[in-house]
Design a protein around this ligand. Structure first.
Ligand SMILES: NC(=O)c1ccc[n+]([C@@H]2O[C@H](COP(=O)([O-])OP(=O)(O)OC[C@H]3O[C@@H](n4cnc5c(N)ncnc54)[C@H](OP(=O)(O)O)[C@@H]3O)[C@@H](O)[C@H]2O)c1
Length: 316
């Protein structure tokens, strides 16, 4: 099917734009049909159009044109809305493959898969690990779960195009969602730890430079990139820009993990600390903050300003 199916993409946020760009470049290079894309904010698609991709004005129109439909949207409500709208549209969805790359709760994935199965469509849950620069570089790690035939169809569109690694979680799409939620326990807790270490380094006179060098060398490039989000100030970017990983998205991820942990009688104290600091950061600095903005609260608790010399200097 992959050889002939028209491929569609909905969702051109910080992650989606890089992923869709890499996919379109691959389709051009292999002389396949150009990507059909859509996004709520239409101007976000301009760079894709320049590469030859074709815009559709709504998700339902995109679905009617495509056999394989990728979605990369903010949260559970948005995905629910998209799936419900196409299921209710009455259009035939037979043999279509829906591939969602967003981070959502396994229950949301289960419900979406069931609704689409009733319409004889397949649903693959394919959440990703890595930030916007990693997405732009085509080096994400994917976890994919869903019916085997559909998984095999979409893997060649991912491996070495949008991702450096595909972790196959088998037939159950909820498993890949669960892996993503579990991975975010590490992501968010590591951001908190790096932030704490950097505030410690600044307040003790060690300095953030040597600390960042050490974090990168001893704990790897991912930890190093979290440190750079602080030292370059992008934890609090200018108000008219889109954060790399918006603080509300990270709060959503941590909330999913904390709820699932509670249901499973597991304690996640480090994640709870990080979650409270992210919520406090959002209260102080608003939505235009990166997930690493718990750093601003850690700074305040140590008697420093929320903003550092490289971040924006106020506003929300
Ligand atoms: N950023 C990261 O580092 C990262 C890493 C791994 C996973 N994730 C996950 O990947 C997903 C996307 O993240 P992102 O950083 O790309 O988010 P983002 O920049 O906030 O983009 C979100 C996307 O969802 C769309 N959207 C939001 N609300 C909508 C609505 N009510 N109706 C229709 N479309 C709507 C946005 O459209 P507009 O363009 O119109 O706003 C945009 O296309 C999230 O689930 C996130 O948790 C993010």
């Amino acid at each position: 099917m992959a050889g002939v199916a028209q491929i569609g993409w909905y969702g051109l946020g910080s992650m989606g734009i890089g992923m869709a760009t890499n996919l379109q470049k691959h389709l051009v290079a292999t002389k396949a049909k150009d990507l059909v894309f859509s996004n709520r904010t239409r101007s976000r698609g301009a760079p894709l159009q320049e590469l030859g991709a074709v815009e559709e004005t709504s998700f339902s129109k995109l679905v009617s044109k495509c056999g394989i439909i990728f979605t990369m949207v903010a949260n559970d409500d948005v995905l629910n809305g998209l799936v419900s709208s196409v299921v209710a549209s009455g259009e035939s969805l037979k043999d279509k493959i829906f591939v969602d790359c967003s981070t959502v709760h396994p229950d949301t994935i289960g419900a979406a898969a069931a609704k689409l199965k009733e319409k004889n469509a397949a649903f693959v849950c394919a959440p990703v690990f890595g930030g916007a620069p990693v997405a732009a570089a085509g080096k994400l790690v994917f976890a994919i779960g869903g019916p085997q035939g559909a998984r095999e169809t979409v893997k060649p569109l991912i491996q070495d195009i949008m991702g450096r690694k595909v972790i196959d979680c088998g037939d159950d799409p909820q498993k890949s969602s669960l892996l993503k939620i579990a991975g975010n326990i590490v992501t968010v807790s590591l951001m908190e730890t790096v932030g704490e270490a950097q505030v410690f380094a600044e307040r003790t006179g060690l300095g953030t430079g040597p600390m960042e060098e050490l974090i990168t060398e001893a704990f790897g490039p991912t930890a190093g990139s979290y440190s750079q989000r602080l030292t370059t100030g992008i934890y609090a970017p200018p108000l008219n820009t889109r954060p790399g990983f918006g603080v509300s998205l990270s709060i959503k991820d941590a909330a999913h993990a904390l709820k699932m942990a509670k249901d499973a009688n597991v304690e996640l104290p480090a994640l709870e600390v990080a979650q409270n600091n992210m919520i406090a950061a959002r209260e102080y600095g608003g939505e235009c903050l990166d997930s690493s903005s718990m750093y601003g609260i850690l700074r305040q608790k140590a008697g420093l300003a929320f903003w550092n010399e490289k971040s924006r200097q106020g506003g929300k």
